[in-house]
Design a protein around this ligand. Structure first.
Ligand code: NAG
Ligand code: NAG
Length: 416
């Protein structure tokens, strides 16, 4: 089988859009992508407002499957990991974002502070090794703000159970020095983990696209934003002290905060500025390499017609692309976007329109060498995973119209 059909390899630019789409449709799901180049050339880097891979601007069409490590632990579910990564590659997707944490929940990776279940770590090793085989790069998120898979609340519970927690507030995750140290132990263990399948330390593995500090950080007990800002700066510099190979992002939804009052009108509502997160200030930290933004218009704006919602989506994206280009001077990745199938009046065509809107803004930015570096859909599954759906989950090949949009976007971004 052809061995050079790599995402950004030499073939796509020659093919052009129509034949790229045809090629992806026809290609076998079991293509195995190898790169002969030295590892150093395969890290994603950044130059100004562009992501770079092998000397060229790199635009991301990617997806989220938060469940990869979880499903890799047990024999019966492990094949889903390969099936998902293989199908992603077949759609021309290049980046998958997933959880590199499970704190104290079922099949926990971290059983208690600094104590890891080797069986689960081997599951993550498998996820990374499989991603490498399929030419997919991973964004690995390090902790959850929310409670699924433990999150900050689990760190706080551990501290109080073990008698050193300063406060029972789940936001003490951000300011309690002992808990901050526990999280640093987690970071250190993760970044220096030696993959039992590939033999490569995670910090040296170009399969990893970037680290993400936290999924959707909020610190509502401090609306000034100072506590979260301090936490991000401290953790970002800690990550960089261990790993200079990889890019780092925060994991924000992109809400504007008090540091830039003139931006507040771009928020979906007044509530968004009082969560303790602050898009511009947080993303401006020098150790943060690119900005991250989520798009959940159906949760943020209720009781409006689809057209109004799509108008908001365009404005939200343009606003963040502009800020990233002009103020932050960094790339911005839309790391989660999705439309729930539980909305009242939901129709699958709404989801197609929503995806198309997001894709078009990204493509327009890419054509102009703008700061919009790509997007990751929330979220994809394989068949038989209904309980992982969270109303946003889809099996893309079961929805032909959407599958086509996704594949076309992959091709368009490969030939910009
Ligand atoms: C944090 O604690 C507050 C107050 O107890 C609670 O309402 C909230 O749901 C918790 N948040 C998370 C993400 O656990
Ligand atoms: C961003 O950080 C730089 C220093 O790294 C600072 O000069 C600039 O004022 C900051 N901008 C904002 C909007 O916070």
């Amino acid at each position: 089988m052809e061995r050079t059909l790599k995402g950004n390899g030499p073939l796509y630019p020659v093919l052009g859009l129509a034949s790229c789409v045809t090629f992806l449709y026809m290609s076998f799901g079991d293509l195995i992508y190898y790169s002969q180049e030295p590892a150093q050339n395969n890290f994603v880097s950044k130059s100004g407002t562009q992501l770079m891979l092998r000397g060229k601007a790199f635009y991301v069409n990617g997806w989220n499957s938060y469940w990869l490590m979880d499903q890799a632990v047990e024999d019966y579910s492990r094949p889903r990991v390969r099936a998902m990564l293989q199908s992603g590659a077949k759609m021309g997707l290049t980046v998958c974002r997933t959880w590199a944490f499970n704190d104290g929940a079922y099949n926990a990776l971290q059983i208690s502070p600094g104590q890891f279940d080797e069986r689960v770590f081997k599951g993550l090793d498998y996820v990374i090794a499989e991603a490498r085989q399929h030419g997919i790069k991973l964004i690995l998120s390090l902790v959850n703000n929310l409670q699924p898979f433990g999150g900050k609340t689990q760190y706080v519970t551990w501290a109080s159970e073990q008698g050193y927690g300063l406060s029972s507030s789940n936001d003490s995750f951000f300011y309690d020095p002992s808990i901050r140290n526990n999280f640093k132990t987690y970071i250190m263990t993760m970044l220096t983990r030696k993959n039992t399948i590939t033999g490569i330390e995670y910090r040296d593995d170009p399969t990893i696209f970037a680290w993400e500090l936290m999924n959707e950080p909020h610190c509502m007990t401090d609306p000034s934003g100072n506590i979260l800002q301090h936490w991000i700066a401290e953790m970002a510099s800690f990550v960089k002290s261990i790993d200079k190979n990889h890019l780092l992002t925060v994991g924000l939804e992109g809400f504007y905060g008090p540091s830039n009052p003139e931006k507040l009108s771009a928020n979906p509502g007044d509530w968004a500025s009082s969560l303790g997160s602050d898009f511009i200030r947080n993303s401006n930290i020098s150790n943060i390499d690119f900005a991250s933004v989520h798009i959940y218009v159906d949760q943020w704006i209720l009781d409006q017609e689809l057209e109004e919602k799509l108008k908001f989506v365009r404005k939200w994206m343009h606003s963040h692309i502009d800020d990233s280009g002009k103020i932050l001077k960094k790339p911005v990745l839309f790391t989660e976007f999705g439309l729930s199938n539980k909305n009242k009046d939901f129709d699958p065509s709404h989801r197609d329109r929503f995806y198309k809107t997001v894709f078009d803004v990204i493509y327009e930015s890419a054509k102009k060498n703008g700061a919009g570096a790509g997007g990751l859909a929330w979220q994809f599954m394989v068949e038989g995973m209904e309980e992982y759906s969270d109303d946003y989950g889809i099996v893309p090949w079961e929805i032909p119209s959407l599958y086509k949009l996704i594949t076309e976007q992959s091709c368009k971004l490969k030939v910009v």
